[in-house]
Design a protein around this ligand. Structure first.
Ligand code: PLP
Length: 233
């Protein structure tokens, strides 16, 4: 998995094939799984190549990095996701350039986003849930999820679409399976409780996306398997 244009083509084809097979195993349609290409650390030209190969959703994890790359690809009809942690003081900058926030984790951040979204906008977002004790930094605590959902549903400028999670990096990717399953069960429970549709489950990365698809992922966030290994910043 290198980063030259030709290998992006090979990588896209390989990931699409693996998605097809995992979906078939789970009795699902590959078309119901959206590949979000996570392009952090890679130049915007790689995004353009992946777009030309059919990838339509892209994720970045830092507002500042995306501010420098977005102008290069602003002509593309793609959906740009923020997949990394968002600080409250960057909320307004973030929603100028991202279409979807995948990592909402607190009510104060939701309030900031709602305010910054302004009149007439409906900002799609996912709540990131912290399900693994080893992942301590970001995400809403499961015990806080119901309250956060309830609060977001009261904000007409925010459109809550589902849940997202990042499991702990363990030696065996299969250890993520119960985490993915739990996210799906939490989605089912919280949407029943609050009488809302939460169709999206963003879970699974390069090492474990097939397991995530088997557990119901509708969006998988793929960096390395599409763009190659990242170099330290
Ligand atoms: C970097 C990143 C990814 C992609 O990780 P890979 O293992 O390279 O596929 C997915 N989700 C988030 C939140 C990330 O920061």
């Amino acid at each position: 998995m290198g980063t030259s244009p030709s290998s992006v083509a090979e990588n896209v084809a390989a990931v699409q094939e693996r998605v097809e097979r995992a979906a078939a195993r789970a009795g699902r349609k590959a078309a119901d799984v959206t590949i979000v290409g996570v392009s952090k650390t890679f130049p915007a030209e790689r995004i353009r190549e992946a777009f030309e190969l059919g990838i339509r959703h892209f994720g970045e994890n830092r507002v500042q990095e995306w501010e420098s790359k977005a102008p290069v690809v602003e002509d593309l009809a793609a959906t740009w996701h923020l997949v990394g942690h968002l600080q409250r003081n960057k909320a307004a900058r973030a929603i100028r350039l991202f279409h979807v926030i995948d990592s909402l984790d607190t009510l104060p951040l939701a309030e900031k986003l709602s305010h910054a979204a302004g009149e007439g906008r409906r900002l799609p977002l996912l709540i990131e849930v912290r399900l693994d004790p080893g992942v301590t930094k970001t995400g809403c605590d499961p015990t806080e999820l119901s309250r956060l959902v309830e609060g977001v549903l009261l904000m007409p400028r925010l459109e809550l679409r589902g849940l997202m999670t990042v499991p702990e990096m363990t030696a065996d990717p299969q250890e993520a399976r119960p985490v993915f399953r739990r996210l799906r069960e939490m989605r089912d429970a919280v949407s029943r409780q609050h009488h809302c549709q939460l169709p999206e489950l963003s879970m699974g990365m390069s090492r474990d996306f097939e397991i995530a698809i088997e557990e119901g992922a509708t969006q998988i966030r793929i960096g390395t398997a599409l763009f190659g290994a990242r170099h330290p910043r």
